[in-house]
Design a protein around this ligand. Structure first.
Ligand SMILES: [Zn+2]
Length: 155
């Protein structure tokens, strides 16, 4: 799926995953105000349907059921060690849309949906996700994670 900065296509994608054809009652803010939610406030949330979708479409592993390959260190881990990572961090994504606060509900919805488009999500091990934090991955960081994981036979 294409991932668009404008978020309109992503909105359709994410909505379809979460609600199918039932597009009512959608609340991406989980009780947070727009001002608190954007861009340095409460962390953006996932819907369980999106998490399930990412795991269901994750690259095939080498035979261990419910083990997944970390996008960054390239080692496999049981699902309990795996997390869903925003490839482009939601703060960065949000700031590409606007720096004014608070933002409108329509724009906040686009930010939420664009960040949570499966094209912007990846399975990462808990160690890599914690190391990555709220930053975008750089080639130097990825190379260091791969080297460290190979030395330690995974994290
Ligand atoms: Zn990893």
């Amino acid at each position: 799926m294409a991932w668009t900065q404008a978020g309109n296509f992503s909105l359709t994608t994410v909505w379809a995953i979460v609600y199918g054809t039932q597009r009512n009652g959608f609340d991406p803010f989980a009780g947070n105000s727009f001002g608190a939610w954007h861009p340095n406030g409460a962390r953006i949330g996932f819907e369980q349907e999106i998490i399930d979708h990412v795991y269901a479409n994750a690259p095939a592993d080498n035979g261990n059921p419910a083990w997944y390959t970390c996008r960054y260190c390239n080692w496999e881990y049981p699902i309990a060690r795996c997390q869903i990572d925003h490839v482009v961090p939601w703060e960065d994504y949000s700031l590409t849309m606007t720096t004014s606060r608070p933002i409108s509900g329509a724009l906040a919805l686009q930010v939420w949906a664009g960040c949570n488009d499966p094209a912007n999500l990846a399975v990462a091990c808990d160690s890599c996700n914690a190391s990555k934090g709220n930053r975008a991955a750089t080639a130097v960081w990825v190379a260091a994670r791969v080297q460290l994981a190979n030395q330690n036979h995974g994290f």
